[in-house]
Ligand binder design. Structure first.
Ligand code: ATP
Length: 432
């Protein structure tokens, strides 16, 4: 239908981007499930109007009224959302008009104007993502491969279209890593040298907003980081980013040395254990371990540059204080109840962060014992309950109030310190 509507208007319609890549890669497999389809409209003899993509999307919505339409004004693109059956999920179809992007200065947000399909493909990141399949007649089904994408798909190479690609948009470094690891491709040597050149020339400073430019770049970096850190392949991707020195885009001093690598993996095992239901955002927690590895002064700034949520920024800003407090106080607390009282001021992510970071001997105390105590707190002590609860106290004739709360606290303390261990001893304790 989309092709027919385009043909009626004298336009060409192309399938572009990831869908073409994935279809070609899946050629020998039985099925490929597309969740996201990008279409581009182009004029037949001259470039289509900027609004052509939106017009086509509106025409399709008339034919399929159940479909949701969103128009994104700035780049004149439209998105259609189809709710397929519950097993297949939904399908997004983005329709844009062929366009060229200009980067007014390196790492800026692109400015856009209507152009031909070739130029549209030239603005894309890698050859394997710059393929198009014509959907309209004549020559429907024809593959447009201006930059050797097919060959790169066959030889499994990630290759940029031009030398300035990473300077224009440093988030492409993260995309290169993501595709390389996900598809099991290689970053082609010349492309790798462009990445290293872009990093060496300090392109990451643009991301950290040093020149007050391109805040949207941080948003894009965050979304690429999210993609990578939530994917099943996040570990090799992180290693490849580190190998390319691309973690400098997060902060110039960030390096994945052995200690940080150990911390990240231990942290992940802790998350699996303490948050199996994934109530926390695990990708964000992984990012927090990386940020926590920076000097205390940088942490809050990096977290807010990346627009992490307020609780995450606060956690990273206060981590140093919490760490000092816990590392210094814990060894001096002989009683279980005192340890519980100290640690329950902190939430799970803070405690895991501190536990995994306790590897060196800091403050002249063995931090191994600190880690063991946090671990015992999380696995056992935080779950210990007194044999009597508030309702039991009420049944014994006590009225809720200040003293009531004190009794409950005292009961818990006595239970933790093993002075009472059953109802009888607890009742005797309360009476006393
Ligand atoms: P995925 O399967 O991960 O969604 P995709 O290739 O569809 O892969 P998107 O991020 O959805 O990736 O982007 C769609 C297309 O837009 C890409 O295939 C690429 O052609 C282009 N693109 C996206 N981001 C950039 C970028 N930063 N620079 C240049 N082109 C880009």
């Amino acid at each position: 239908k989309a092709s027919q509507e385009a043909e009626k208007r004298g336009w060409h319609l192309y399938l572009v981007g990831g869908a073409v890549r994935d279809l070609l890669l899946a050629e020998n497999q039985k099925q490929v499930l597309l969740e996201d389809i990008d279409l581009v409209v182009d004029g037949f003899h001259k470039s289509a109007d900027v609004g052509a993509g939106v017009e086509l999307a509106k025409a399709l919505q008339k034919i399929y009224p159940g479909v949701r339409l969103e128009v994104h004004g700035q780049f004149q693109t439209a998105a259609l959302l189809w709710h397929k059956d519950p097993d297949l999920g939904s399908l997004w179809i983005d329709i844009a008009t062929a366009r060229t992007e200009f980067y007014p200065y390196p790492a800026a947000n692109p400015e856009v104007e209507a152009s031909s399909i070739r130029q549209d493909l030239y603005r894309r990141d890698f050859t394997i993502n710059a393929l198009a399949m014509r959907l309209t007649k004549p020559r429907a089904g024809e593959l447009l491969d201006f930059f050797g994408g097919l060959l790169d798909l066959q030889s499994r190479q990630i290759r940029v279209l031009h030398a300035n690609s990473f300077i224009e948009d440093p988030t492409r470094i993260y995309r290169a890593v993501r595709f390389a690891v996900r598809l099991n491709f290689e970053i082609e040597p010349q492309t790798e040298s462009y990445i290293r050149y872009a990093i060496a020339s300090g392109i990451y400073e643009q991301i950290q907003g040093k020149n007050g430019r391109a805040p949207a770049l941080e948003t894009r970096l965050k979304s690429e980081l999210k993609y990578i850190l939530q994917a099943p392949y996040w570990k090799p991707a992180l290693q490849l980013l580190a190998n390319l020195e691309a973690l400098r885009c997060i902060h110039p001093t960030l390096e994945l040395d052995e200690k940080l690598w150990w911390e990240v993996r231990l942290f992940d095992r802790c998350l699996q254990k303490f948050d199996p239901q994934k109530t926390l955002e695990h990708w964000q927690m992984r990012l927090e371990v990386l940020i926590a590895y920076l000097a205390p002064d940088f942490r809050g700034k990096v977290a807010s540059n990346l627009q992490l949520p307020a609780d995450s920024i606060e956690r990273l800003e206060n981590l140093d204080k919490a760490e000092t407090n816990i590392t210094q106080s814990l060894p001096k607390l002989p009683l279980k109840s005192e340890i519980v009282q100290l640690l329950r001021q902190y939430n799970l992510p803070t405690l895991i962060l501190i536990a995994v970071r306790c590897r060196d001997v800091v403050y002249n105390v063995s931090t191994r014992t600190v880690r063991q105590k946090i671990w015992r707190y999380l696995t056992e002590w935080s779950q210990i309950k007194a044999p009597l609860n508030g309702n039991d106290l009420k049944a014994l004739g006590y009225k809720p109030g200040k003293q009531f709360k004190e009794i409950l606290d005292a009961l818990l303390t006595a239970t933790l310190d093993e002075k009472i261990d059953n109802r009888e001893s607890a009742e005797a304790f309360v009476a006393e």
